[in-house]
Design a protein around this ligand. Structure first.
Ligand code: SAM
Length: 220
């Protein structure tokens, strides 16, 4: 086996390591291995492709949300290998309308996601961008937002895009388990400020389902 000295001496980014693994073994479904939490004591009952990609059940949920609320515009942050983007696009294809804009700031990871999307039959529903969620500019009203980028920037992403999110739309924030903490705390802080209303789904890595508080005002 050829020794890759660069990799040996430099700590490899987790994203790149998992991408190499996918290249070697393909997309394998395995039991979820995020640790048990009080709200989700049996994570092994869920499935995952890898520890970066959202749980398979969350992917199914994403697709079902898309077919349920029929968004014109979906925005996703953090494409990784493009799997969640494709499940969202499957919902859009079933609806026969809408588009998803997804961003991935790592150029190596972006190239892999791009390749996966181009090799699918769903590319026409997807606009994949090699940019940071904190810089991305989106035109129009967002009907569905899925935040799945770097955990510490999730709060900032929602604050940034909130004015463009429809009051009747949905805000989903991944990695909101009590163990991962930060996203959960961010969502509850936004709720305490009166900006959004939050439901915490007890999945292995945790999922926030939220809506702008404005959407709950009966007089609006
Ligand atoms: C958890 S993975 C996304 C998984 C993907 N949504 C899925 O379920 O298939 C997070 C990805 O976000 C990317 N990322 C992190 N911070 C970002 C940012 N500020 N803007 C865009 N991408 C970001 C990382 O490079 C990584 O590939």
């Amino acid at each position: 086996m050829r020794l890759d000295l660069k990799r040996l001496f430099k700590k490899e980014k987790q994203e790149h390591r998992i991408l190499r693994q996918i290249e070697r073994s393909g997309d394998l479904v395995q039991p979820e291995y995020h640790r048990a939490t009080p709200e989700c004591p049996h994570p092994e009952r869920w499935s995952m492709f890898d520890s970066m990609t959202a749980e398979v059940e969350v992917l199914e949920f994403l697709r079902a949300v898309v077919t349920t609320i029929k968004p014109e515009l979906v925005v996703e942050t953090g494409a990784f290998s493009g799997i969640s983007t494709l499940w969202i696009a499957e919902g859009l294809k079933a609806n026969g309308r809408g588009r998803v804009i997804s961003c991935e700031f790592d150029p190596v990871v972006y190239a892999k996601a791009k390749e996966r999307i181009e090799n699918s039959n769903l590319a026409r529903w997807i606009e994949l961008r090699n940019e940071s969620s904190l810089e991305m500019k989106v035109e129009g009203t967002i009907d569905l937002f899925f935040g799945d980028s770097d955990i510490p920037v999730r709060e900032q992403e929602v604050r940034r895009l909130l004015p463009q999110i429809s009051p009747y739309g949905l805000i989903l924030m991944h990695d909101a388990s009590s163990h991962l903490k930060l996203v959960r705390e961010a969502a509850l802080k936004l709720e305490a400020e009166g900006l959004i209303s939050v439901v915490l789904l007890p999945t292995p890595r945790g999922l926030v389902v939220a809506q702008k508080r404005a959407g709950r005002d009966v007089s609006s």
